[in-house]
Design a protein around this ligand. Structure first.
Ligand code: UD1
Ligand code: CA
Length: 482
């Protein structure tokens, strides 16, 4: 049977007071996506013809976010939060009058599209007017309970606050995910009242109304209760983030990615990893990061929107908005800032900071350097502790290094400056002028050895003793070396 979903309604108007946050609850994130973003992602997998999101608290921020992630969605403003039934009444204004509608809360980010699909199939095959997705929870406290008759069919849902002790002992709960026949929903949601402990219009009361009028109501138990956990506070946020982490890591491992310690590996839902990549413990991959086949990431590496080519390795490093080509190597302990591009087989070794720079194929920055606003050609080597002096205190300037250049250790390349192809700089040079191709630039004071100085000025010290043993003598003549 072909399944068709005409409308999906996401309820996201609540305050989320228990988050104690300046950010609207549904805009908090897990695995790099907002709570409501996860819900919409799952709902969209069912291809509803129309998506309607009820917003209220922090309206502007939530609306702006929805228009970004789901531009075709309609947002409906619920000025006063009179309950989930009220929210649905508003959401139905202007919606199609026949067909199937899915209603979900915006704070259940773990909803699994596969479960939703099975739920939709079961609902449509049975010809129900309402199906409610239920779960059995180890601790059902706070949720609405499912009241079934002796045959096991659902009679009604009772909220925790309105439940007696017998009802509270029931561990089957309302997940807040429902499918309705639109006409039946519209008719019954108009009849609910606020005669309950919260004085609100409960959407859950619709179930008893439909049960009584047509008997076409069903409760469908989901097999994995973690998928329907709702988030009301920060510890539930962390709990759901951990479930999401497990789910994401499982999927990568099934697809052939080696994750040596899934408990300490955090990968955003938006990240793409090729088979045979290895992710070592303590790594965090976020944003639009992608990792090529056979690449090695970690341990303890952060990649925020970084593209890593096949066979590259990034060890104990922090990288953001950068391109790392195939077989390039980074780290340990390096910091690649936005705009860094490492060519194929290039190297940013230990304690190297790079920003807004292109390092050509096979070029190396092996140790303790800062490279900013530079273009380095292919096959060049940047000696240890070289600094690209890109900032004059007011503005940033460019440095260009050609192909097969050898920058001596501890060089200062004062930008703007260009080092020609095949050129060298002498170690310890402060380079302020362009260096022509094939030349060596020496820009440092000449060395002068003052013979016997230690014997005269530091006599009696260990240094003086060792110097005497080595044959040094008092000698008043300075000697220049070349
Ligand atoms: C609701 C259900 C409960 C179920 C639980 C599942 C009702 C009466 N109760 O309880 O049976 O077990 O969800 O998580 O429906 N919202 C609005 N407008 C409102 C009120 C709420 O948009 O006026 C939105 C909230 O933002 C939230 C969702 O509806 O996303 C659910 O509301 P919430 O207050 O969290 O309901 P619960 O008490 O959790
Ligand atoms: Ca809730």
């Amino acid at each position: 049977m072909s399944q068709k979903l005409d409308v999906a309604i996401v309820l996201a108007a609540g305050e989320g007071t228990r988050m104690k946050s300046g950010t609207a609850k549904v805009l908090h994130t897990i695995a790099g996506r907002t709570l409501v973003g996860h819900v919409i992602e799952a709902v969209n997998a069912l291809h509803p013809s129309e998506l309607r999101v009820v917003v209220g608290s922090a309206r502007e921020a939530v609306e702006a976010h929805i228009s970004e992630i789901a531009p075709t969605a309609t947002t409906i403003f619920q000025a006063e939060r009179n309950g989930t039934g009220h929210a649905v009444q508003l959401a139905l204004v202007g919606a199609p009058r026949i067909g199937t509608v899915l209603v979900v809360a915006g704070d259940t980010p773990l909803l699994n599209p596969l479960t939703l699909n099975e739920f939709l199939a079961a609902h449509q095959e049975a010809g129900n007017e309402v199906s409610v997705l239920t779960a059995q929870l180890p601790d059902p406290k706070g949720y609405g309970r499912i009241i079934r008759d002796e045959d096991g069919s659902i009679l009604r849902i009772v909220e925790e606050r309105d439940a007696n002790d017998f009802e509270k002992a029931i561990d089957e709960i309302n997940t807040g995910v429902y499918l309705f026949d639109i006409a039946a929903l519209a008719q019954s949601v108009a009849q609910i009242t606020n005669k309950n402990s919260q004085g609100e219009l409960y959407l859950t009361d619709v179930i008893a109304l439909i049960k009584e009028s047509s008997n076409k109501a069903a409760a469908i138990l989901s097999y994995d209760y973690t998928e329907t956990l709702g988030i009301n506070d920060r510890s539930q946020l962390a709990e759901c983030a951990a479930y999401m982490r497990e789910r994401i890591n499982e999927a990568h491992m099934k697809a052939g990615v080696a994750i040596t310690d899934p408990t300490t590996t955090w990968i955003d839902a938006t990240v793409i990893i090729a088979p045979d990549a290895t992710i070592y413990p303590g790594s965090w991959l976020t944003g639009t990061t992608s990792v090529g086949a056979g690449a090695i990431i970690g341990p303890r590496t952060t990649l925020n929107s970084v593209h890593v080519g096949a066979g590259a390795s990034i060890i104990e490093s922090h990288c953001s908005s950068s391109e790392i080509a195939a077989n390039a190597t980074v780290g340990p302990y390096s910091f690649l800032r936005p705009g860094t591009s490492l060519g194929e087989g290039a190297k940013a070794g230990a304690y190297v900071e790079i920003k807004n720079s292109t390092i050509g194929e096979g070029s190396k920055v092996p140790h303790l350097s800062y490279v900013g606003d530079a273009t380095i050609g292919t096959g060049s080597n940047i000696g240890a502790a070289t600094i690209f002096v890109n900032y004059d205190g007011v503005a940033k300037h460019q440095t260009i290094v050609g192909n097969d250049v050898r920058i001596g250790s501890d060089s200062m390349l004062v930008a703007p400056v260009t080092i020609g192809d095949g050129a060298y700089t002498a170690a310890g040079s402060v380079i302020t002028e362009n260096v022509p191709a094939g030349s060596i630039a020496v820009a440092r004071a000449k060395q002068r050895n003052i013979l016997g100085w230690v014997l005269r000025k530091r006599s009696g010290t260990k240094s003086a003793e060792s110097a005497i043993k080595a044959g040094a003598t008092l000698n008043s003549t300075d000697q220049a070396t070349h």
